[in-house]
Design a protein around this ligand. Sequence first.
Ligand SMILES: [Zn+2]
Length: 383
Amino acid sequence: MRDRSENFKPDDNQPMLFNFSEPEPGLAPEPPAARREPETVTPNPVPELHDVLSEPALEPRAWGREVWRFILTWRLQFGIGLALAVIGWVWLRPSVQAQSSPPSRSETAKPSVVSEPPAIPREITPAIAVEPKTTATPPPSQPATPPKFAGQPKITWSSATIDAPSIAMTFDDGPHATNTPKLLAMLKQRNIKATFFLVGECAKQYPEIVKRIVAEGHEIANHSWSHPNLAKLSDEALRSQLQRTQDAIVAACGVKPAIMRPPYGELTSRQRQWVNAEFGYKIILWDVDPLDWKIRNADHVAHEIIGHTHNGSIILSHDIHATTVAAMPETLDALLAKGFHFVKVSELLALEKSSTSVEPSAPPVVAEPPAKPAPKKSPKRRK
Ligand SMILES: [Zn+2]
């Protein structure tokens, strides 16, 4: 080690902390000013750090050396101070964290310092990074976002929220002169009850079929007079579409419908409220759509329905299409084999216990066939 005295001049006016200046045996005492033994002893008075750092002639290496010497000289004090700082930080940190934790989500929730694990990494503060108590209450569940029509009774259904394996098979756009009677026979053979959403024009044309539908235990429903997009109609035009159909159904079978389905599923939220208020109808959509109007293939229709039906499903199909009716034996038998129980739509809704459910803000994105038959797209099989 180089002589520290090169860069450090002891202050003679400062009293010495330690005196290692005892003369060696056999040596004559020397004047104090002549003794220079800084390397083997540390008699030098301790300088202030700013005095060392402010030394203008110090080079970078000398700087580091002097700082290191300063630390070594005060290592005991440094160690104590550092230990006190660490102990104080560890001691005070939990209370600081408790105060700075975000407020719990519920007024009744336990304080977060108990129910939530600390956010501090364990490797930094193992003393407080403990597992949360097993008795801590789980975080309260967030309340559901208030629906747009909170408080209003539910009037629109795409399916029923039930645990039972009940489903509703629905047939739209009829009655049809030949396909509907065929379908009725299939249903009767299996003791299956279904729901028919009738177009007023057809109901007026085939009142005997309407009468038979009701007589065999099925439900009849209103599907407008001429199958327009009701969402584009005025209230009076909408009223006419529904009223004329209802009149034709009542005239044919004596039963007033309790439910309706808008063609293409198109009915504005305001219109649904209006229809419910004016006619007392519940608006019925669907959650299973085999696109039987578009894909005229019985196997496809059967596969789609069988594969997508679940408890509470409302299945859309059209008995005006021969391929749909042809798909029914396989479809119905498969659903029966899977344990499903066929009920009418009104019966399915009655199974839904949550009568306090509210109206959704918007109907599901759905599509229904146009009233006119779609062009055939390479049907594989058709009867
Ligand atoms: Zn339709």
